[in-house]
Write a protein that binds this ligand. Structure first.
Ligand SMILES: NC(=O)c1ccc[n+]([C@@H]2O[C@H](COP(=O)([O-])OP(=O)(O)OC[C@H]3O[C@@H](n4cnc5c(N)ncnc54)[C@H](OP(=O)(O)O)[C@@H]3O)[C@@H](O)[C@H]2O)c1
Length: 186
């Protein structure tokens, strides 16, 4: 890996499900500020080369993928196409066929990224909590009711009883516009 490129010390990370569904740029909007490094966890390299995150020409982009089947010709060509867009592809060990988050955090640490925001989606947020790579949680509550058709904020954690719930500590609440921000530590 090439460690010479300067990477911002703030990083925003999402699962490939979010990229495929929402096609976000993951850059700073609405306020002034430096764009974070952007990381997409994408074990099977499903990201389309047309994805906005690869084409916004703002800040560093890292696609974290796994060793599995990277030697396949199509995969090598896709890596080249992604790199031609200026992004980096990190090939990491896998755990249960997905990106091993401990290995990913080690690579992020080597880049001296000290502030990592995991923006979801549902499945990736659950994995991040299960793999214990989360220190602090920030939940925005909007005054909107979706019912069971909505996607859960955090996917399956295998919790069956209220007594097993993960409790947040040192809670802080703030009203932001119409929403409420609840922050707490795991
Ligand atoms: N309201 C919000 O603030 C917010 C924020 C973000 C997203 N969202 C919503 O969330 C939805 C997407 O959530 P999602 O659950 O479908 O997808 P996701 O969590 O964004 O992505 C999950 C995918 O990431 C890949 N992945 C790679 N390594 C992983 C690991 N260690 N653990 C978990 N996943 C890993 C897997 O696909 P591969 O196996 O193919 O790699 C997995 O299926 C969208 O509808 C989006 O709008 C909402």
């Amino acid at each position: 890996m090439d460690y010479r490129r300067a990477i911002p010390q703030i990083c925003v990370m999402v699962g490939i499900g979010t990229v495929l569904r929402d096609d976000p740029e993951l850059t700073v909007r609405l306020v002034k500020g430096k764009d974070p490094a952007r990381v997409v966890v994408d074990s099977k390299l499903r990201i389309p080369v047309t994805a906005k995150v690869l084409n916004s020409k703002r800040g560093s982009v890292i696609i974290a993928t796994t060793h599995e089947r990277q030697e396949a010709r199509g995969k090598r060509q896709k890596i080249k196409k992604i790199e031609a867009k200026g992004a980096e592809v990190w090939i990491l060990p896998s755990k249960k066929k997905e990106v091993d988050l401990t290995a990913l955090m080690k690579e992020i640490g080597k880049r001296e990224i000290i502030n990592l925001i995991i923006e979801g989606g549902s499945k990736f947020a659950a994995s991040a909590i299960k793999e214990r790579i989360v220190d602090k949680v920030a939940i925005f509550l909007a005054p909107k009711i979706l019912g069971k058709e909505g996607l859960p904020m955090i996917g399956g954690l295998g919790i069956r009883r209220l007594s097993e719930a993960i409790c947040l500590r040192k809670l802080q609440c703030k009203k932001i516009g119409e929403d409420i921000l609840v922050e707490g530590y795991l």
